[in-house]
Design a protein around this ligand. Sequence first.
Ligand code: NAP
Length: 246
Amino acid sequence: MTRQKSVLITGASRGIGAETARVFAAAGYAVAVNYHRSEAAALALVDELTAAGHTALAVKADVSDAAQVRNMVDNVLEIFCQLDILVCNAGISWEGLLTEMTEEEWRRVFAVNVDGVFHCCAAVLPRFIHGKAGKIITVSSMWGQAGASCEVAYSAAKAAVIGFSKALAKEVGPSGITVNCVAPGVIDTEMNAHLSPRDLNALREETPLERIGTARDVAESILFLASEGADFLTGQVLCPNGGLVV
Ligand code: NAP
Protein backbone atom coordinates (compact mmCIF):
# COMPACT_ATOMS: atom_id res chain seq x y z
CA MET A 1 0.00 0.00 0.00
CA THR A 2 1.37 3.45 -0.86
CA ARG A 3 1.60 6.06 1.89
CA GLN A 4 -0.87 8.95 1.72
CA LYS A 5 0.99 12.16 0.79
CA SER A 6 0.39 15.35 2.72
CA VAL A 7 0.34 19.05 1.90
CA LEU A 8 0.38 22.25 3.96
CA ILE A 9 -1.35 25.15 2.21
CA THR A 10 -1.03 28.62 3.72
CA GLY A 11 -3.93 31.04 3.39
CA ALA A 12 -6.32 28.20 2.65
CA SER A 13 -9.38 29.57 4.43
CA ARG A 14 -10.61 31.35 1.28
CA GLY A 15 -10.03 31.95 -2.40
CA ILE A 16 -7.18 30.26 -4.24
CA GLY A 17 -5.88 28.49 -1.11
CA ALA A 18 -9.28 26.96 -0.26
CA GLU A 19 -9.74 25.71 -3.83
CA THR A 20 -6.19 24.31 -3.77
CA ALA A 21 -7.12 22.40 -0.60
CA ARG A 22 -10.15 20.90 -2.39
CA VAL A 23 -8.12 19.93 -5.45
CA PHE A 24 -5.34 18.28 -3.39
CA ALA A 25 -7.88 16.46 -1.19
CA ALA A 26 -9.64 15.13 -4.29
CA ALA A 27 -6.22 13.94 -5.56
CA GLY A 28 -5.78 11.90 -2.36
CA TYR A 29 -3.57 14.17 -0.22
CA ALA A 30 -4.01 14.73 3.50
CA VAL A 31 -4.47 18.50 3.65
CA ALA A 32 -3.43 20.99 6.34
CA VAL A 33 -5.50 24.16 5.91
CA ASN A 34 -3.67 27.19 7.33
CA TYR A 35 -5.68 30.27 8.26
CA HIS A 36 -5.01 33.46 10.15
CA ARG A 37 -8.27 35.37 10.75
CA SER A 38 -10.97 33.34 8.98
CA GLU A 39 -11.30 30.53 11.51
CA ALA A 40 -14.97 29.77 10.76
CA ALA A 41 -14.26 29.46 7.03
CA ALA A 42 -11.22 27.21 7.63
CA LEU A 43 -13.19 24.93 9.99
CA ALA A 44 -16.10 24.79 7.52
CA LEU A 45 -13.68 23.78 4.75
CA VAL A 46 -12.17 21.05 6.92
CA ASP A 47 -15.71 19.79 7.73
CA GLU A 48 -16.55 19.81 4.01
CA LEU A 49 -13.41 17.80 3.16
CA THR A 50 -13.71 15.28 6.01
CA ALA A 51 -17.45 14.78 5.24
CA ALA A 52 -16.36 13.81 1.71
CA GLY A 53 -14.02 11.17 3.19
CA HIS A 54 -10.78 13.16 2.91
CA THR A 55 -8.14 13.79 5.59
CA ALA A 56 -7.91 17.44 6.57
CA LEU A 57 -7.02 19.63 9.52
CA ALA A 58 -7.09 23.37 10.20
CA VAL A 59 -3.97 25.07 11.57
CA LYS A 60 -3.87 28.67 12.71
CA ALA A 61 -0.80 30.85 12.16
CA ASP A 62 0.05 34.33 11.01
CA VAL A 63 2.71 33.54 8.39
CA SER A 64 4.49 36.82 9.16
CA ASP A 65 5.34 35.43 12.62
CA ALA A 66 8.21 32.91 12.53
CA ALA A 67 7.36 31.34 15.90
CA GLN A 68 3.72 30.76 14.93
CA VAL A 69 4.83 29.19 11.65
CA ARG A 70 7.27 26.84 13.43
CA ASN A 71 4.48 25.78 15.81
CA MET A 72 2.13 25.20 12.90
CA VAL A 73 4.64 23.02 11.05
CA ASP A 74 5.37 21.04 14.26
CA ASN A 75 1.61 20.45 14.74
CA VAL A 76 1.14 19.29 11.17
CA LEU A 77 4.13 16.93 11.42
CA GLU A 78 2.85 15.55 14.72
CA ILE A 79 -0.55 14.74 13.21
CA PHE A 80 0.41 13.73 9.65
CA CYS A 81 3.86 12.33 10.66
CA GLN A 82 5.18 13.47 7.29
CA LEU A 83 4.96 16.49 5.01
CA ASP A 84 5.49 16.16 1.26
CA ILE A 85 4.34 19.45 -0.22
CA LEU A 86 4.35 23.07 0.97
CA VAL A 87 2.18 25.62 -0.83
CA CYS A 88 3.04 29.22 0.18
CA ASN A 89 -0.17 30.90 -0.89
CA ALA A 90 -1.03 33.35 1.92
CA GLY A 91 -0.91 36.91 0.69
CA ILE A 92 -2.33 40.40 1.03
CA SER A 93 -2.56 43.25 -1.43
CA TRP A 94 -2.48 47.01 -0.92
CA GLU A 95 -3.74 49.52 -3.45
CA GLY A 96 -3.02 53.21 -3.61
CA LEU A 97 -0.39 55.73 -4.58
CA LEU A 98 3.09 54.91 -3.29
CA THR A 99 3.35 58.47 -1.97
CA GLU A 100 0.36 57.78 0.28
CA MET A 101 1.61 54.47 1.67
CA THR A 102 2.84 54.46 5.27
CA GLU A 103 5.98 52.59 6.30
CA GLU A 104 3.81 50.33 8.42
CA GLU A 105 1.62 49.42 5.43
CA TRP A 106 4.73 48.79 3.28
CA ARG A 107 6.23 46.53 5.96
CA ARG A 108 3.00 44.55 6.37
CA VAL A 109 2.84 43.80 2.63
CA PHE A 110 6.40 42.46 2.78
CA ALA A 111 5.89 40.72 6.15
CA VAL A 112 3.02 38.59 4.86
CA ASN A 113 3.96 38.11 1.19
CA VAL A 114 7.75 37.74 1.50
CA ASP A 115 8.69 37.03 5.13
CA GLY A 116 5.77 34.58 5.22
CA VAL A 117 7.30 32.53 2.40
CA PHE A 118 10.70 32.62 4.12
CA HIS A 119 9.26 31.51 7.48
CA CYS A 120 7.32 28.61 5.96
CA CYS A 121 10.22 27.36 3.82
CA ALA A 122 12.68 27.69 6.71
CA ALA A 123 10.33 25.67 8.94
CA VAL A 124 9.85 22.75 6.54
CA LEU A 125 13.28 22.59 4.89
CA PRO A 126 15.18 20.71 7.62
CA ARG A 127 12.64 17.86 7.25
CA PHE A 128 12.67 18.00 3.46
CA ILE A 129 16.48 18.03 3.36
CA HIS A 130 16.71 15.15 5.84
CA GLY A 131 14.27 13.12 3.71
CA LYS A 132 15.95 14.24 0.45
CA ALA A 133 12.48 14.94 -0.97
CA GLY A 134 9.80 17.60 -0.98
CA LYS A 135 8.13 20.09 -3.27
CA ILE A 136 7.60 23.77 -2.52
CA ILE A 137 5.19 25.85 -4.58
CA THR A 138 5.07 29.60 -4.00
CA VAL A 139 2.33 31.95 -5.18
CA SER A 140 3.46 35.18 -6.81
CA SER A 141 1.39 37.28 -9.24
CA MET A 142 1.60 38.55 -12.79
CA TRP A 143 2.13 41.97 -11.16
CA GLY A 144 5.39 40.58 -9.77
CA GLN A 145 6.42 40.06 -13.40
CA ALA A 146 4.91 43.12 -15.08
CA GLY A 147 4.44 45.68 -12.27
CA ALA A 148 1.11 47.35 -11.50
CA SER A 149 0.46 51.05 -11.06
CA CYS A 150 -0.92 51.76 -7.57
CA GLU A 151 0.33 48.36 -6.39
CA VAL A 152 4.06 49.11 -6.13
CA ALA A 153 4.61 47.34 -2.79
CA TYR A 154 2.56 44.31 -3.85
CA SER A 155 4.38 44.12 -7.21
CA ALA A 156 7.78 44.40 -5.49
CA ALA A 157 6.85 41.75 -2.91
CA LYS A 158 5.58 39.36 -5.56
CA ALA A 159 8.75 39.94 -7.65
CA ALA A 160 10.71 39.03 -4.53
CA VAL A 161 8.77 35.77 -4.28
CA ILE A 162 9.87 34.88 -7.83
CA GLY A 163 13.53 35.68 -7.06
CA PHE A 164 13.32 33.76 -3.80
CA SER A 165 11.85 30.70 -5.54
CA LYS A 166 14.50 30.65 -8.30
CA ALA A 167 17.38 31.02 -5.85
CA LEU A 168 16.04 28.45 -3.39
CA ALA A 169 15.47 26.01 -6.26
CA LYS A 170 19.21 26.17 -7.02
CA GLU A 171 20.16 25.86 -3.36
CA VAL A 172 18.04 22.82 -2.49
CA GLY A 173 17.94 21.02 -5.86
CA PRO A 174 20.92 18.84 -4.86
CA SER A 175 18.86 17.75 -1.83
CA GLY A 176 16.11 16.38 -4.08
CA ILE A 177 13.72 19.27 -3.42
CA THR A 178 11.94 21.27 -6.11
CA VAL A 179 10.81 24.89 -5.76
CA ASN A 180 8.44 26.34 -8.32
CA CYS A 181 6.21 29.38 -8.44
CA VAL A 182 2.80 30.19 -9.89
CA ALA A 183 2.12 33.74 -11.03
CA PRO A 184 -1.64 34.02 -11.52
CA GLY A 185 -3.41 36.67 -13.57
CA VAL A 186 -6.71 38.26 -12.53
CA ILE A 187 -8.57 35.68 -10.44
CA ASP A 188 -12.12 35.91 -9.14
CA THR A 189 -11.59 35.96 -5.34
CA GLU A 190 -12.24 38.36 -2.46
CA MET A 191 -8.86 39.96 -3.19
CA ASN A 192 -10.45 41.51 -6.29
CA ALA A 193 -13.85 42.20 -4.72
CA HIS A 194 -13.08 45.94 -4.73
CA LEU A 195 -12.80 46.04 -8.54
CA SER A 196 -15.81 47.61 -10.27
CA PRO A 197 -17.65 45.64 -13.00
CA ARG A 198 -16.17 48.17 -15.45
CA ASP A 199 -12.57 47.49 -14.29
CA LEU A 200 -13.16 43.74 -14.40
CA ASN A 201 -14.58 44.01 -17.88
CA ALA A 202 -11.56 46.00 -19.06
CA LEU A 203 -9.22 43.32 -17.64
CA ARG A 204 -11.31 40.59 -19.27
CA GLU A 205 -11.06 42.36 -22.62
CA GLU A 206 -7.27 42.68 -22.28
CA THR A 207 -6.94 38.94 -21.60
CA PRO A 208 -6.38 36.85 -24.76
CA LEU A 209 -8.55 34.02 -23.37
CA GLU A 210 -11.29 36.63 -22.73
CA ARG A 211 -12.24 35.69 -19.20
CA ILE A 212 -11.31 36.29 -15.59
CA GLY A 213 -9.53 33.31 -14.03
CA THR A 214 -11.01 31.09 -11.35
CA ALA A 215 -9.40 29.83 -8.16
CA ARG A 216 -9.67 26.37 -9.75
CA ASP A 217 -7.46 27.49 -12.68
CA VAL A 218 -4.68 28.34 -10.22
CA ALA A 219 -5.26 25.30 -7.98
CA GLU A 220 -4.82 22.96 -10.97
CA SER A 221 -1.46 24.60 -11.83
CA ILE A 222 -0.32 24.16 -8.23
CA LEU A 223 -1.43 20.52 -8.19
CA PHE A 224 0.51 19.92 -11.40
CA LEU A 225 3.70 21.37 -9.88
CA ALA A 226 3.24 19.00 -6.93
CA SER A 227 2.75 15.97 -9.19
CA GLU A 228 5.28 13.42 -10.39
CA GLY A 229 4.78 14.89 -13.87
CA ALA A 230 6.69 17.95 -12.61
CA ASP A 231 9.60 16.02 -11.11
CA PHE A 232 12.15 17.58 -13.49
CA LEU A 233 10.81 21.13 -13.11
CA THR A 234 12.41 23.47 -10.63
CA GLY A 235 12.97 27.22 -10.41
CA GLN A 236 10.14 27.76 -12.90
CA VAL A 237 7.27 30.23 -12.97
CA LEU A 238 3.96 28.85 -14.25
CA CYS A 239 1.49 31.54 -15.24
CA PRO A 240 -2.24 30.77 -15.09
CA ASN A 241 -3.17 34.19 -16.47
CA GLY A 242 -5.14 33.61 -19.67
CA GLY A 243 -2.26 35.10 -21.67
CA LEU A 244 -2.52 38.57 -20.05
CA VAL A 245 1.25 38.57 -19.41
CA VAL A 246 3.38 36.45 -21.76
P1 NAP B 1 -7.91 36.11 -0.67
O1 NAP B 1 -9.19 35.57 -1.17
O2 NAP B 1 -7.85 37.50 -0.14
O3 NAP B 1 -7.34 35.08 0.45
C1 NAP B 1 -6.14 35.38 1.11
C2 NAP B 1 -5.77 34.22 2.00
O4 NAP B 1 -4.52 34.55 2.62
C3 NAP B 1 -6.80 34.02 3.11
O5 NAP B 1 -6.97 32.64 3.32
C4 NAP B 1 -6.11 34.66 4.32
O6 NAP B 1 -6.42 34.00 5.56
C5 NAP B 1 -4.66 34.40 4.02
N1 NAP B 1 -3.80 35.30 4.76
C6 NAP B 1 -3.70 36.64 4.69
N2 NAP B 1 -2.81 37.09 5.57
C7 NAP B 1 -2.33 36.01 6.24
C8 NAP B 1 -1.38 35.82 7.27
N3 NAP B 1 -0.73 36.86 7.81
N4 NAP B 1 -1.13 34.56 7.69
C9 NAP B 1 -1.77 33.50 7.16
N5 NAP B 1 -2.70 33.62 6.18
C10 NAP B 1 -2.96 34.86 5.73
O7 NAP B 1 -6.79 36.07 -1.78
P2 NAP B 1 -6.56 35.08 -3.03
O8 NAP B 1 -7.00 35.82 -4.23
O9 NAP B 1 -7.08 33.72 -2.77
O10 NAP B 1 -4.96 35.09 -3.05
C11 NAP B 1 -4.17 33.98 -2.70
C12 NAP B 1 -2.76 34.24 -3.18
O11 NAP B 1 -2.78 34.42 -4.60
C13 NAP B 1 -2.13 35.50 -2.61
O12 NAP B 1 -0.76 35.28 -2.38
C14 NAP B 1 -2.32 36.52 -3.72
O13 NAP B 1 -1.37 37.55 -3.65
C15 NAP B 1 -2.13 35.63 -4.94
N6 NAP B 1 -2.72 36.16 -6.17
C16 NAP B 1 -4.05 36.45 -6.26
C17 NAP B 1 -4.56 36.94 -7.46
C18 NAP B 1 -6.00 37.32 -7.64
O14 NAP B 1 -6.32 37.92 -8.67
N7 NAP B 1 -6.90 36.97 -6.73
C19 NAP B 1 -3.71 37.12 -8.56
C20 NAP B 1 -2.36 36.81 -8.42
C21 NAP B 1 -1.87 36.32 -7.23
P3 NAP B 1 -7.40 34.59 6.70
O15 NAP B 1 -8.62 35.11 5.98
O16 NAP B 1 -7.66 33.39 7.54
O17 NAP B 1 -6.64 35.65 7.42
